[in-house]
Design a protein around this ligand. Structure first.
Ligand code: B3K
Ligand code: ZN
Length: 860
């Protein structure tokens, strides 16, 4: 009897151009699970239908399954294996294929397929985990109606959930019970889910705009129930918002969410049964920061929004991933903007894009938003597919305007409901509904690399002209690029009055352009890429004085923030190269921002924050981690000292707040901890004491973690006391202990690499939990100065961790590789050490294809 347990063959590349429609469809599937953590038996009954004229067998993907039985129309059949595909010959146009397989959820450390987490059984199928549960054509363009029956020990697994609606349940022998769920909506197998566990629910109801009642449940372990209210409120807000803004209504009678502790990423949008990493569900003021609260609202909304953008209309193949992810990220960004401060949300989204996507686009793993090839699809759940993908949708929204964009969305959902489609289908719907020609825009889907735009104003005989030039850098496999249509929101700011003149949208399509600007004031200052209208790197010849001016008056909040960032960046880069810079203009601009009473605290907090060390590095020809750290710390110290009274004033102003969760209170807390950071940077004698008081008296996690984060970078008795007190207070709460690891992994002290190595030996550190691994190792790898310690110990540590994790969980291991792939950006010595670690990884026998792909491409 052949098993699908054999090792996979050498990694091979899957290409978008090779897409062929499936030879067999599976309109119906009935699954019967005999659940047990050690040994689960899965019986499946597939109704298969031949598609097209061919004699090919049915291909069923099967990975790590022990095959017990395969039958066609009730009779045994001579099936065979080719790599990890079970081939079943079928004679007629349709048939019923039955399979029976055995799997072990407990042995599943990859957390893909059916696995055990914290005593419960749960599934993760996207992208290709369903093949680890039962033989099936595991591709998103095979849509089936699911009937699922689960039987399990009633005492250990009193709750049995699956997609769709519950239809029946009962008792069986030996203390077991069963439940059956039906999902009326055909779906690809990546959206299948089941959960069995000893769970309790926060239950609520939502009435849709057409008057249907939906039963909502957020399922958690017993002690966690009181930390689910924010997730529930977010879910209801998201359901309402999607009706109002996108006209999308929920379609089943129940919507369940389950929180699990061991999860490879944030959450999963399975039809009617979302499964979440518990960090995106559980929150109360004592254990979760404002950022955690925002993350929960954003991810709960994101997964809910997938019900239309992803589930009702799904992807034809995995190259189209951004069809659902880019669009859904855009939708969740718009939702969060509407729930809080639009300006601050835009700043946060751009910061994230620049921190994660720009480096990806500029490195060896660069790929288009719609990739052309992959070895392992899990490696393509990237910032490019998600966040740059969202920027593409946003650009279409900008070019079409909100009404036509909405008409395009309506047409897309209407035209493709129940189908598996492509990014091209989305763009076509936008074009058809709006009448706007997006032919050139499609280059954003196919060309990788962040466009660089140079912009300058020139005053000639004919008046004022805006000169634009663009260049799309070469990326792996794409040496030469066409110019891209770049939507640029532009205005002139009047240097005398501070008022905006001639605000307009320019679609800059060619390699260069000259745009005449009318009605220019006597002293015009260019405000460009307002609201970050295009995901580009911009270069202008604006002086420090121009930038300082814009930072004080630009009426576009993003442009105002951006002017300050550019001023800071220019100052820091000058300091790094010359060893000393003129801090005066930054100090004055920050002073004006801090004393501007018309600005909200949350905006001020963003505006006064210096660019991160990595972001400064990204803008330099070669990254010098030590020099960047010195320059940034020097500017921080000067800002702290020169503006001491203002920082203390801002600090005191927000101290009176008792905990409330609303945008104003959040902003005040953020500004408070940032002020504490500057007071500390100035070397004030009372800084550690102030931080310790904040730590001790905090009535919320933002303040407590903020204080600890400030203390951790210094040398003081308070530092040790805070770390010990924090650990003691929260031991046993994994999500909070993750923060304890992260805060130390991000330390700016010289001993950070040694501390991180020691923490990897802490009894609470484990490779089995992806959150814990990311909290320590993931955070350390973005701590630029510590990770790039000239000794290379940071690189060695990361490579050791990747190799150890790869044995358990390849998907999560592979996510840690990209920081090593940035070797070209560093000096010869560091580059050599980084490459040596990548080479060591690639040479390791038994490497997963996940890590192999990331490490080998990083070396190329
Ligand atoms: N669709 C999932 C991501 C699955 C990742 C698989 N490696 C969550 C989301 O983006 O909504
Ligand atoms: Zn998503």
């Amino acid at each position: 009897m052949p098993d699908a347990l054999s090792a996979p063959a050498a990694p091979h590349t899957i290409r978008r151009e090779d897409y062929r429609p499936p030879d067999w469809l599976v309109p119906e599937i009935a699954l019967d699970f005999d659940l047990d953590p050690e040994r689960t038996v899965v019986r499946s009954r597939l109704t298969v239908a031949r598609q097209g004229d061919h004699n090919l067998p049915v291909r069923l993907d099967a990975q790590g399954l022990r095959i017990l039985r395969v039958a066609v129309d009730g009779a045994p059949v001579n099936y065979w294996f080719e790599e990890e595909v079970l081939k079943v010959p079928v004679n007629g146009e349709s048939a019923v294929i039955e399979t029976e397989v055995e799997i072990s959820p407990r042995a599943n450390t990859q957390l893909m397929g059916l696995y055990e987490s914290g005593g419960m059984l749960c599934t993760q199928c996207e992208a290709e985990g369903f093949r680890r549960i039962t033989p099936f054509p595991d591709r998103p363009d095979v849509l089936s109606r699911y009937q699922v029956k689960m039987t399990a020990d009633k005492a250990r697994f009193p709750v049995l959930l699956a997609n769709g609606d519950p239809v029946a349940s009962g008792e069986s022998e030996g203390g077991r019970h069963w439940a059956e769920w039906h999902d009326p909506f055909p779906k690809p197998c990546y959206l299948f889910a089941l959960v069995a566990g000893d769970l309790v629910a926060n239950r609520d109801r939502f009435t849709t705009r057409s008057g249907r009642t939906v039963d909502l449940g957020i399922w958690v372990r017993d002690g966690d129930l009181e930390r689910t209210d924010h997730a529930m409120a977010s879910l209801k807000a998201a359901m309402k918002w999607d009706e109002e803004v996108f006209g999308r209504e929920y379609d089943l009678d129940v919507f369940n969410i389950v929180a699990v502790a061991d999860f490879n990423f944030g959450a999963m949008e399975n039809k009617g049964l979302n499964v979440f990493n518990s960090r995106y569900i559980l929150a109360d003021p004592d254990t979760a920061t404002d950022q955690d609260y925002d993350g929960i609202a954003g991810v709960v909304a994101h997964e809910y929004f997938h019900n239309w953008s992803g589930n009702r209309v799904t992807c034809r193949d995995w190259f189209q991933l951004s069809l659902k992810e880019g669009f859904t990220v855009f939708r969740d960004q718009q939702f969060s903007a509407d729930m809080g401060s639009r300006a601050v949300k835009r700043i946060e989204d751009v910061r994230m894009l620049r921190a994660a996507q720009f480096p990806e686009d500029a490195g060896p793993l660069a790929h288009p938003v719609r990739p052309d090839s992959y070895i392992e699809i899990s490696n393509f759940y990237t910032a490019t597919v998600y966040n740059k993908g969202a920027e593409l949708i946003r650009m279409m929204h900008t070019i079409l305007g909100p009404e036509k964009f909405r008409a395009g969305c309506d047409l897309y959902f209407d035209r493709h409901d129940g189908q598996a489609v492509t990014c091209e289908d989305f763009v076509k719907a936008m074009e058809d509904a709006s009448g706007v020609d997006l032919t050139h825009f499609r280059a954003w889907y196919s060309q990788a690399g962040t466009p660089k735009v140079k912009a300058r104003l020139a005053n000639g005989g004919d008046g004022l002209t805006l000169h634009l030039e663009q260049e799309v850098p070469a990326t792996p496999g794409q040496p030469a690029k066409r110019p891209m249509p770049i939507p640029l929101k532009v205005a002139l700011m009047d240097g005398d009055t501070g008022k905006a003149v001639d605000e307009r949208l320019i679609i800059f399509e060619d390699a260069s352009a000259e745009v005449a600007l009318d009605g220019a004031p006597a002293r015009p200052v260019l405000s460009i890429n307002r609201d970050f209208s295009a995901p580009i790197v911009l270069e202008t010849d604006r002086s420090a004085a121009d930038l300082a001016f814009l930072s004080g008056c630009d009426n576009d909040p993003f442009a105002r923030y951006e002017a300050m960032q550019q001023l800071m960046l220019d100052t820091l880069i000058a300091s790094v190269s010359s060893g000393a810079g003129d801090h005066g203009p930054v100090i004055e601009a920050v002073r004006r921002t801090l004393t501007n009473e018309t600005l909200e605290a949350a905006f001020i907090a963003e505006a006064v924050l210096l660019p991160s060390e990595s972001f400064i590095g990204d803008r330099m020809a070669q990254v010098d981690p030590e020099a960047i750290n010195r320059a940034r710390e020097a500017l921080r110290a000067d800002l702290g000292t020169e503006l001491d009274d203002l920082w203390r004033g801002a600090y005191a102003a927000s101290t009176a707040n008792r905990y409330e969760y609303n945008p104003a209170a959040k902003g005040a807390r953020r500004l408070r901890t940032i002020s504490l950071g500057y007071i500390t940077a100035a070397g004030a004698d009372d800084a550690a004491e102030l931080a310790m008081r904040q730590f001790d008296e905090a009535d919320n996690m933002s303040d407590r973690q903020g204080a600890m984060g400030v203390l951790v970078n210094g040398v003081s008795a308070e530092r040790d006391a805070a770390l010990a007190a924090f650990y003691d207070r929260y031991k046993g709460n994994a999500l909070v202990i993750d923060k304890w690891f992260t805060v130390q992994a991000l330390s700016t002290r010289d001993d950070a690499p040694a501390e991180v190595e020691a923490l990897a030996n802490h009894p609470d550190f484990t490779l089995a939990n992806p959150n814990r691994l990311r909290a320590l190792v993931g955070a350390f790898s973005v701590n630029q100065r510590a990770f790039h310690d000239v000794s290379g110990r940071g690189y060695r540590f990361l490579a050791d961790m990747i190799l150890a994790e790869d044995k358990l969980n390849p998907q999560t291991a592979a996510k840690l590789v990209p920081p090593l792939g940035r070797w070209r950006r560093f000096d010869h010595g560091r580059a050599g050490l980084m490459k040596a670690e990548l080479e060591r990884i690639v040479a390791t026998p038994g490497l997963s294809k996940d890590v192999f792909e990331q490490a080998s491409k990083s070396l190329a």
